[in-house]
Design a binder for this molecule. Sequence first.
Ligand SMILES: Nc1ncnc2c1ncn2[C@@H]1O[C@H](COP(=O)(O)OP(=O)(O)O)[C@@H](O)[C@H]1O
Ligand SMILES: [Mg+2]
Length: 402
Amino acid sequence: MATKLSNKPLAASAGTDDLGVLHRKASTILKRLRDNALDPGTGQKHGPTFAISKAAKLVDRTPSAIREAERDGRLPARERTASGHRLQYSLAELDNMREVFGTRPWREPDDVPAIISVSNFKGGVGKSTIALHLAQSLAIKGYRVLLIDCDSQASTTMMFGYRPDIDLGENDTLYGHFHDPELLGVQSIIRKTHFFGLDLIPANLKLYNLEYEIAAHLARTHSFDIIDLVSEAIHSVVHDYDVVVMDPPPALGMVSMAVLQAANAMIIPMPPSVIDFSSTVSFIDMARTTMQQLEEAGSRVRPAYNFIRVLGSRVDESKSMHRELLAMMREVFGGSMLSSVMPTSAEIDNASSRMKTVYELERAVTSHEVHTRCLNHLNAVCDDVERDILRTWSSRAGKGMI
Ligand SMILES: Nc1ncnc2c1ncn2[C@@H]1O[C@H](COP(=O)(O)OP(=O)(O)O)[C@@H](O)[C@H]1O
Ligand SMILES: [Mg+2]
């Protein structure tokens, strides 16, 4: 139920009371936006569904193979809409099909799960957007994915239908795990989501306290063990997943350091503008020295990353500067750059203002053309990353997409 907002202006000398009023008003807007994204029937977001032709592609079989399996009872008989069409298939139903057809793309137990951090200490470069779409794209393809929101701003968590600071407590995030890894265990903070195959460790503002709590711990104990907590948390649950995607905060603080330490692969989104370029260069340098210092301080040498890829993000090819810088980035970074780029798209803005990803939109918000172009770009980026992941799995060497 929408609350009527008062039009009373804020006092000229805004004090804490006024900030309180402002916060309440802003929260009301947030609630409205969130409620619009939820299914009025279930009070939850619902995952994507697919027509039989798309479902068939996703499970690596033909539509007639699906129809046949439904006829002979290997798959449940399909209900029809009033107009006689098969009901669309959910992600859980696709997973069942893959199990029946033997086409699940899961890694073999000996393949090392990909633990990818989408990192850059600059905000607004598209980290959360890429992390979320990548995690969803991999789940759509049938991988078992864990997405960890490590940013106290929690924009990724919000996209799962939570109001992070209202619906979640401090123990529901990595903060709880840091405080009591024995008692809580990361397993209990993992949440199933509306997106089958994609689990979430959410974040909220309280996570920010970790920054100074870890720093205080380091100063007190002179032990860097605490930096390994994210890594340990992931390792205690990673056997259930093919891919872990981490969305770190936009700063090279303690949490980002712990994320870099836990990852075995990195995607660095970088818009082709001079400012973003230069701050990304500093990020790469600082990440390198930080990792070196951690190695020197601890006994453990962290394994090399399986892949590090720079991703041209928020690219606007109508700007000559973007085209020039992008060409330069390709030349300088060579194979360290993903061959696909993520252009700026009105569809991403439009989807996120509805608290949806582009993969969750049932229809184009802008135009069909803009929507399709945006989807194609997202798919190309996610396919490139999938290829990088598969290359690290020895069971896939020489097979499939690689
Ligand atoms: N390719 C894109 N096209 C249009 N808007 C984008 C794109 N990537 C990100 N955005 C928007 O820019 C803002 C910041 O992106 P976000 O992914 O949250 O960045 P970060 O996590 O690096 O701070 C968000 O509002 C997001 O919707
Ligand atoms: Mg972010």
